[in-house]
Structures are given as C-alpha cells and as structure tokens.
Write a protein that binds this ligand. Structure first.
Ligand SMILES: [Zn+2]
Length: 104
C-alpha cells in the first residue's frame, strides 16, 4: 500500500494498491519557489497551492527530496523517486543530484 495526500481542493490521505496509482494522484503543498523563505505563505504571491507531484518540474521534485525532512517517514520519497525514474533518471543519478544539492 502506498499512502499519499490526494485531492487538491481538499487534501486528504489515501492509500493506493499500486505505486502507479500513487504516482498519478499524490499531491504536494507548495508556496511557490522561495515562497516559504519569503513569507511562509503570507503574501499574495505565495499562497499555499496543492499540485500533483507528476505535474511538478524535475528540479522541484529534487528540491522536495532534499529540503523537506518531514517526508522521511512517509512514502513520498519512494513515490518521487519512482516519478524521477519515469523521467529517465537512474538511482545513481538521483543520489548524485541530491548530494550535489545538499553540499551547496
Ligand atoms: Zn511571499
């Protein structure tokens, strides 16, 4: 079972039998690029929005993996990694990219 938040209009946790279903449905709350640092979602430019992980650009997915420790106890790392693999990344490329982000 793969648990993920779903329904951008009203986020709730759901469980999926397959990772493919989880990949398609999982959503992520974002304040936009640098929004959390800018205002934590308090200015009009950076309201919290929910987007599907599969609609996130690749750099955003890497940023989630590297900067969001609260996902470590969830299946988000597994789901995001699976999406990156669909986009042609190998596990080695994923871990190399994360290392290069974290060592900046
Ligand atoms: Zn802002």
């Amino acid at each position: 079972m793969f648990a993920a938040l779903t329904h951008p209009e009203r986020p709730v946790w759901n469980s999926f039998e397959t990772i493919d279903e989880a990949k398609l449905n999982a959503i992520w709350g974002t304040y936009g690029k640098h929004g959390a640092k800018h205002c934590g979602g308090n200015c009009p430019l950076h309201q919290l929005r929910w987007v599907r992980l599969v609609d996130c650009e690749t750099p955003h997915l890497f940023a989630i993996l590297s900067t969001q420790p609260q996902i470590r106890d969830t299946q988000y790392p597994t789901i995001i990694t699976a999406i990156l693999k669909d986009r042609g990344y190998t596990m080695k490329q994923i871990s190399d990219t994360l290392e290069s982000i974290e060592s900046v």
